[in-house]
Design a protein around this ligand. Structure first.
Ligand code: PGA
Ligand code: ZN
Length: 417
């Protein structure tokens, strides 16, 4: 039985308002959750409710969403006995009544859903990574460290958003975290030596004044070697999230001032994959370009992982349709894109059954909440991205994974399947 649901307005890692939701159960269990928030969002994501009142936080306040938790959700959920998280998640969606959670706000719903999951796990006396629904056997995911930021996450001229280093060849979480941190420090040294700024972007990666993706890839491969690791699947692989919806225009993709067609972009990726140890590309093309996505999948889908983010939005129905269309071979999984924990796991299950990979992900705006670390372990998806191995809100998740490994040394590490 739920005793009460309460929210307050707190700040996220970009200094913008978000929600902290607290759920209390009749047995005395209390648990809370912090709600993440994206910057390069897909147009079909569940709606993040913001006040739009320019006199507070430039319009980005979330007092309406907070009011919806403390008012309607608290009234509807309190004092009743629920049989499962799924039942509560469904009830919240029904109460919202819109297809995209626009009325009560996906931020209100996901905070409540995460806090309730945590409360129910605590009440059952189980860690979240064991209590959450499993899909394949629980395992420790490969951490994909976003060491260099561009796009919507940094004010530099780089159009590609994320350059990630992924310790595919590590044999434990501990060693993977160490590898990520050592490469990050080696990259810092190279940037300093090259006269570049070492200021950070929104996800904790460096944000130097570089514009060509290939130049960044050269620097990263050199840094992997500097740190003493082999690059590639036996050591450290590279994953990209160009977030191409952001530089798509009606005339083509605009990369460092040059307009490229979908076919040009695919050819460029094919060359990059040949030249560099890239094993995964997310949002290589824009959500505006489904035909390009089909071509991209047909061209590179056998060689590397192709992850849908902006075009999938962690939405079970959208992902089901995309699978039928032969788009991508993996999905990015962000809890606030869909707005409940139950639907998030459902999206992951659909991917798993279709042989699609699943990469659990943070948002560029984060709190120290570590829910996604447990989610990645519980579902056994084998991959997580949660920023650089730096900045409190990013390392909170990585440190949680190290703690889980210490508590459960029998868990295997690495990509699923
Ligand atoms: P966002 O970026 O959280 O700003 O949407 C993350 C991503 O595009 O994967
Ligand atoms: Zn993305």
């Amino acid at each position: 039985e739920i005793n009460g649901v309460q929210a307050i307005e707190i700040l996220d890692s970009r200094g913008r308002p978000t929600l902290n939701v607290t759920v209390s159960l009749a047995d005395g269990t209390v648990a809370e959750a912090g709600v993440p928030s994206g910057a390069s969002t897909g147009t079909r994501e569940a709606v993040e409710l913001r006040d739009g009142d320019p006199s507070r936080f430039g319009g980005s306040g979330v007092s309406k969403a907070v009011g919806n938790v403390n008012g309607e959700l608290n009234t509807a959920l309190s004092g009743l006995s629920w049989t499962s998280l799924a039942e509560v998640d469904r009830a919240m969606c029904d109460l919202d009544g819109t297809p995209n959670k626009a009325r009560l706000g996906a931020n209100a719903l996901i905070g409540t859903s995460m806090a309730l999951a945590r409360a129910l796990a605590a009440s059952a006396g189980r860690p979240m990574y064991e209590w959450l629904p499993g899909i394949s056997e629980a395992r420790l995911p490969v951490p994909c460290f976003n060491v260099l930021n561009g796009g919507a996450h940094a004010p530099n001229p780089l159009d590609f958003q994320e350059f990630m280093v992924c310790p595919l060849g590590a044999t434990s979480m501990r060693e993977a975290i160490r590898a990520g941190a050592e490469v990050y420090q080696a990259l810092r040294k190279r940037l300093v030596a090259g006269g570049h700024a070492t200021g950070l972007g929104d996800e904790g990666g460096f944000a130097p004044n570089l514009a060509e993706p290939e130049e960044v890839l050269e620097l990263i491969v050199a840094s992997i070697n500097d740190a003493g690791y082999p690059s590639g699947t036996a050591g450290i692989g590279i994953a990209l999230d160009p977030a191409a919806s952001e530089f798509w225009t009606a005339d083509g993709y605009k990369v460092n001032g040059t307009l490229l067609s979908s076919a040009d972009m695919i050819a460029r990726y094919a060359e990059m994959v040949t030249r560099f140890p890239i094993w995964s590309i997310e949002d290589g093309l824009g959500e505006q370009d489904p035909d390009g996505w089909k071509q991209l999948t047909a061209t590179l889908g056998e060689r590397i992982q192709l992850v849908g983010d902006d075009n999938f939005c962690t939405n079970p129905a959208i992902i089901t349709a995309a699978i039928a269309d032969g788009i991508a071979n993996a999905a990015l999984i962000k809890v606030n894109q869909i707005g409940t924990v139950t639907e998030t796991v459902e999206a992951m299950r659909i991917c798993h059954e279709a042989g699609y990979g699943q990469m659990v992900s943070h948002r560029s705006g984060e709190t120290p909440d570590t829910f996604i670390a447990d989610l990645a372990v519980a579902t056994g998806c084998g991959q997580i991205k949660t920023g650089a191995p730096a900045r409190g809100e990013r390392i909170a998740k990585y440190n949680r994974l190290v703690q889980i490994e210490a508590a459960r040394p029998s868990l295997s590490y690495g990509l699923a399947g």
